[in-house]
Structures are given as C-alpha cells and as structure tokens.
Write a protein that binds this ligand. Structure first.
Ligand code: SF4
Length: 317
C-alpha cells in the first residue's frame, strides 16, 4: 500500500488540456488513466505561461550566430528568454515538491532531447536541441526522474521511470527528517536487490561508500549516495541482471523448499531468461514462498513491490 501523495509535473497538453498551438491536446492515456490513479499531477504549459495565445503560430528553435531563439518560422516573436526565466522559476520554486516530470516530446519548449534547431534561412536543421523549459527543470533538479510521453510507450522505459519516481519519493520522505548513518544504511538495505538488478557496479560502489563511512558530514555522503542510486537505477534492468537477482533471492529459500518447489522456481527463472514468460512469473512464485516462509530482511526488499501492482508494469518486461 502506498499512502503518500506523489506529485508529478506534466506538460499540460499531455494531461488533456487544449493548450497547443492549434487548440488541440496530446493526452497521454497511460499518464492520465493509469498512472493518474496513483499520483497527483501539476500541469505546466510554458508557452501559455509566457503569454502566447491559443491558438498561436508555431514556434521553433532557430540558431542565429551563437544564439538559439525560440521564434516563429519567419524569425519574429522570440520567447526564448521568457521560456528560460519561467522554467527557472518553476524549477527552483515548484519542482522541489515533485517526484517526477513527464514532458511532451519534440516541443521547442517542453522536449527533453533531440529538438530540431533550424538554421536562420530555415533550409536545414539538426536535432541537438533541448526544450527551453525542460532544460531548466532538469538542470536545477538533476535527481528528478524525467521522461517524455513518446518514450513512455516503451514498456521498459515506462517501468523504469515509474520505479524511479517511487524511489525518489521515498528518498524525499527520508530526508525530511535529519539524516543519520543508521537511517541511510537502512534505506540502502531495502534497495539492495533492486539496484543489483539495474546496475551491479552501482550496487557494489554504493555498498562500499556506506561500508567505509567512518564519520564526517553525513549530508555529503547522502548527496553522493542518492546521486549514485538515481543514476544507477536509470539503467534499465536487463533480463540477465534480473535473472542474477532472482537467483540470489532464490538462495534464501534453499532450506525451506522441497525438491519439486526448487525445480519449479528454477524453471520459472529459466523461462524468464529465455523470454518465454514476463518477470512477474518468477517474482510471483518468489513472493508466494516469502509469504509461506517469512523473512524480515527479504520482506523489506523494494524489488518485490517497487510500485503499485495494478500498474501491471512487470507484465511487459
Ligand atoms: S508541449 Fe509544452 S508548450 Fe507545447 S502545448 Fe504542450 S505544454 Fe504547452
């Protein structure tokens, strides 16, 4: 059960608001109808916020000398500076309350990456731009899980984003109170297997970071720790790493399970390894064994339940 309110920022058009240049929207069904059951969205339309009307002429990024403008195709109406200032204001005043952000792809204001930058004559472009609003949010909140609507159609990226949102929310909750070594170690203990599945090197590095702590400013260690954790978890968990993690977890039950049960579990892991069944199959079996043979340490592992089950995110990976 997740009882905390999780707040996520979202480009307003993805939330179904008719704020686009042509009075349309780009509602994300996953964000609004599925994830929306579990989170609270704060909506932002930076173009409307800086005073552009609905409808409005399209705008795009245009390189003029060393400067990039965000203007109409004819070069007029540059709102680059306003978008940057508005983005910085949201990033520093409101985004600290958020545990994630979903941006609208391809927009010169909201896109996270690969935004087209046109040459001044409008005859060519590169795809190296970042939306002016999104850039500020990400720059001032480097730990904040961010994703684009298009990428969320990929089940691995979707699962990874939602998982990171829940991890980050737990971290935000932890650091509301003064931190101690004990609290930090306890926090890390519950993420051990989740991190192992995503990034074995980060799992080792963070274990060693906390294991070798002998005093000093705990907040400095905490900063290093959370940066390592959020960066490590960004790497999608490969089938191979998940299998490795499942095998480790299986080891906890070696004295409790019958020969047949062990074989059944091994077969479920092998079938997952071969791509015949999704991750939830061996995990469900492991969770069943955990219920029958309780283990306090394992029960705390976030790997078993990183987010609400009804999101069905482990059905597709
Ligand atoms: S992409 Fe961003 S700026 Fe454009 S309509 Fe959507 S919210 Fe507004």
């Amino acid at each position: 059960m997740y009882t905390d309110i999780i707040k996520i920022g979202i480009s307003a058009c993805l939330a179904g608001e008719k704020v686009r240049f042509d009075t349309g929207h780009k509602k994300s069904n996953f964000c609004m109808d599925e994830l929306g059951k579990h989170v609270e969205y704060t909506r932002f339309c930076p173009e409307v916020a800086v005073g552009l009307p609905i409808p409005r002429p399209t705008i795009r990024q245009v390189k003029v000398g060393e400067t990039i403008k965000v203007c109409r195709p004819d070069g007029t109406g540059d709102v680059g500076q306003q978008l940057t200032e508005y983005g910085k204001k949201v990033a520093t005043e409101q985004a600290k309350e958020l545990s994630g952000f979903v941006f609208c792809a391809k927009s010169p204001s909201c896109g996270m990456e690969r935004i087209k930058i046109y040459n001044e004559a409008g005859t060519g472009n590169t795809s190296e731009g970042v939306g002016f609003f999104a850039e500020q949010i990400m720059k001032h909140n480097p730990l904040l899980p961010c994703e684009e609507n298009g990428r969320l159609n990929d089940m691995h990226l979707r699962e990874n984003f939602v998982m990171r949102v829940y991890v980050f929310k737990n971290w935000q909750k932890l650091v509301q109170e003064p931190l101690t070594v004990h609290k930090l170690t306890q926090f890390h203990a519950q993420y051990k297997y989740l991190l192992m599945a995503h990034n074995y090197q980060a799992y080792r590095d963070l274990g060693s970071l906390l294991g070798t702590y002998v005093g000093g400013d705990i907040n400095l260690i905490a900063d290093e720790y959370i940066l390592g954790l959020m960066t490590g978890l960004k790497k999608p968990a490969s089938r191979r790493n998940n299998c490795n993690t499942l095998m480790h977890l299986q080891g906890y039950f070696k004295k409790d399970l019958s020969k047949i049960e062990k074989q059944e579990l091994r077969e479920a892991i092998d079938e997952y390894r071969e791509g015949l069944v999704p991750l939830y199959v061996p995990l469900t079996l492991l969770k069943h064994h955990l219920k029958v043979h309780p283990n306090e340490y394992l029960a705390k592992q976030v790997y078993f339940n990183p987010y609400p089950h009804d999101l069905k995110l482990r059905f597709g990976i």
